[in-house]
Design a protein around this ligand. Structure first.
Ligand code: C2E
Ligand code: CA
Ligand code: CA
Length: 601
């Protein structure tokens, strides 16, 4: 026995409040006391089990369930709380309960002995904590618990593992209650907020749209004063049941937000018309919905909808659905209103954003997302475009269109541009190091950066320092902006080209470049602007323009990318036109680097 080791154990626990368990410390202290008493006992030749008896007495009064196992995982002691938790009749330590206790670890169920073996014995861990897991006894009842296991190799073989469990059933029940509406037992506004936050964090993985539908029965207060609480509650319950019964076909989740108000959440919607279809059905249904003493009540509901991305950012999606509901209500009964982005009252205030930008760079609030480009024939990922995002602590994700123009106006883009180039070079290095497929990454540069004087030197210096192959870097400049400039800038592009990086002309077709100027411009890639692709399937004129642009580019030995490919038909049409690369939501939205790199495995 070594009290020093135990003291160290306690010190470690105190300095690690994360997994600190008060119960754990308390029990280790007791064990320490036990060791001291045992020592004393040797000296004084006290009765053999006196000190353990004392320890057991104290553990008995602990508020945690405690189980002590020997080194061979035999039960040597358990307190009454533990035997109750495990559904045992007595505190008899001889019972073979170790095998009947199963603990859920990730997705597997392990016996307590297996868990100790795999998580502690093999790794030599002194303490093991599971903050929230499940415990099953004889594969019958399942309990939510937290669990701490303390091990001290210095102890005798008998008192080797001390297992402390806390039953979380009550807390869990409480949590569930706090997330349900008390009348209909449907998930309530707390649950809706949690679920929406989770959903919004993953929008980049969703191809379809998100539709929020806020439904409120009209005139409910009046109904309630006329028919009383009981009848009006029946109406609410009936409506709740109806919504749930339709939720499967229309694939929405139902939340009972406030007294007469429900929120329906549709995720991954291919066509938002489905939402309007359902709203129509709901209105029709409400007309024949409720009878009281054979008198049919004609109910109506006001409905507000918001759609991501059409109605704007996810940040305000819920508020916008309720703004739409309020607008619908102001128009009378049974009205439906869809929130339109023009109605957004929150416009990013330029001055505020400008003031916050500098700090944002220091605080690492900018993040690069990567959108893949695929080869038009093989559909394999062949390069990526780096697109900046500002993850603002209050406003959430701010799109680049909201802040790049301010950065350009104020010149701050030069600093941010430096940061972006560094990040991409670091990312390329990381992918090389971790043996991901190496592909070129395009970086958007603004003309302000090109014209600032030392852009070329910076690129050259950074390429040398990072030792990234220049072949892996493409700079994108917007056609209209690049072409407006003086001859001097043309020289910069030629010099850039000499460094071995490639140049892409972005948003091609939006400027009015003369053929003779394009011929002089050292672009390797021409990116046809999204506006030509948007309606290409139905606009023969756009089809002719795009075909012409592809031919022009190929004649000038440039390769062609089309952006904004949102479906298979457009992808196939573009491939049939001889376009080289395709980019768009059909293949993938811009993704954070850790999501993107999965595509490179
Ligand atoms: P861009 O260079 O034309 O970038 C393409 C934009 O189209 C991106 O928007 C991308 O998310 C979006 N997009 C891609 N595929 C599709 C699609 O299938 N459908 C639709 N509707 N959109 C698609 P994003 O990321 O919001 O960027 C907007 C603009 O902000 C960019 O336009 C670029 O001009 C500028 N930008 C973004 N990142 C940077 C940067 O790091 N530096 C500079 N200077 N500008 C940047
Ligand atoms: Ca671009
Ligand atoms: Ca573009």
């Amino acid at each position: 026995m070594n009290p020093e080791a135990l003291k160290k154990n306690i010190a470690e626990m105190l300095t690690n409040p994360d997994i600190l368990s008060v119960a754990g410390i308390f029990i280790v202290l007791l064990v320490l006391l036990y060791i001291a008493l045992k020592r004393l006992q040797v000296k004084l030749s006290a009765p053999a089990d006196a000190s353990r008896e004392l320890l057991e007495k104290v553990l008995e009064s602990s508020e945690e369930s405690v189980l002590v196992l020997s080194s061979s995982c035999q039960v040597v002691y358990l307190n009454t709380l533990m035997s109750k938790l495990l559904g045992l009749k007595s505190n008899d330590p001889s019972q073979q309960i170790c095998q009947s206790i199963k603990i859920k670890l990730k997705k597997r169920w392990l016996g307590l002995d297996e868990l100790i073996e795999s998580e502690m014995v093999r790794s030599g861990m002194k303490r093991y904590d599971l903050q929230r897991t499940q415990l099953s006894i004889d594969e019958k009842s399942i309990l939510p618990v937290t669990m701490h296991i303390i091990h001290n190799s210095q102890m005798d073989d008998e008192w080797r593992y001390i297992v402390i469990l806390k039953d979380l059933s009550y807390e869990e029940e409480f949590r569930v209650l706090a997330h349900r509406h008390n009348v209909t037992k449907l998930p309530n506004q707390n649950q809706a907020l949690e679920d929406l936050n989770l959903l919004f964090a993953k929008t980049h993985l969703i191809n379809g749209k998100i539709v929020l539908i806020a439904v409120e029965i009209d005139n409910f207060l009046k109904l309630r004063s006329l028919f009383g609480y009981k009848q009006s509650t029946k109406i609410i319950i009936k409506l709740a049941n109806y919504l749930v019964s339709r939720s499967e076909q229309y694939t929405f989740s139902v939340y009972h937000m406030y007294s007469n108000d429900f929120l329906l959440v549709m995720t991954d919607v291919a066509d938002p018309q489905t939402a309007f279809d359902f709203v129509e059905e709901l209105q029709a249904e409400l007309k024949k919905f409720y009878k009281m003493q054979d008198v049919r009540m004609y109910l109506t509901a006001s409905v507000g909808l918001s759609i991501y991305p059409d109605s704007g950012n996810t940040r305000n999606l819920l508020d916008n659905a309720y703004k739409a509901l309020s607008e619908a209500k102001s128009q009378g009964h049974g009205q439906v209103h869809l929130f339109m982005p023009e109605e957004a009252r929150f416009v990013f205030d330029e001055l505020t954003l400008y003031n916050e930008m500098h700090l944002a760079l220091e605080n690492n609030e900018f993040e690069l997302y990567y959108q893949p480009l695929v080869d038009a024939k093989s559909r394999e990922v062949i390069s990526a475009e780096a697109l900046i995002r500002w993850i603002h602590p209050v406003h959430g994700m701010i799109p680049p269109d909201a802040f790049i123009p301010i950065m350009e106006k104020t010149g701050f883009i030069i600093e941010v541009g430096n940061y972006i180039l560094n990040e991409v070079l670091k990312q390329q290095k990381r992918w090389e190091l971790f043996k991901f497929k190496q592909i070129p990454v395009s970086i958007n540069v603004s003309m302000i950066e090109i014209e600032c004087g030392n852009f070329l030197d910076q690129v050259e210096k950074k390429l040398q320092e990072s030792r990234v192959d220049p072949d892996l870097i493409i700079f994108e400049v917007t056609e209209s902006k690049a072409m407006e400039r003086e001859k001097g800038t043309l020289k910069v592009f030629h010099e850039l080209h000499k460094l071995g990086v490639r140049i892409a002309l972005d948003d091609f077709g939006t400027g009015y470049t003369s053929f003779s100027y394009i011929k002089k411009f050292p672009a390797d890639i021409l990116k046809i602007d999204r506006s030509f692709i948007e309606h290409i399937l139905f606009k023969p004129e756009d089809q002719r323009i795009v075909l012409g642009m592809i031919e022009l580019a190929h004649n000038l030995e440039m390769q062609v990318t089309v952006e904004g490919v949102e479906n298979q038909q457009v992808a196939d049409l573009m491939a049939s036109y001889g376009c080289d690369y395709l980019q768009g939501y059909h293949f993938s939205k811009p993704l954070p680097s850790f999501e993107f790199q999965k595509l490179l495995r």
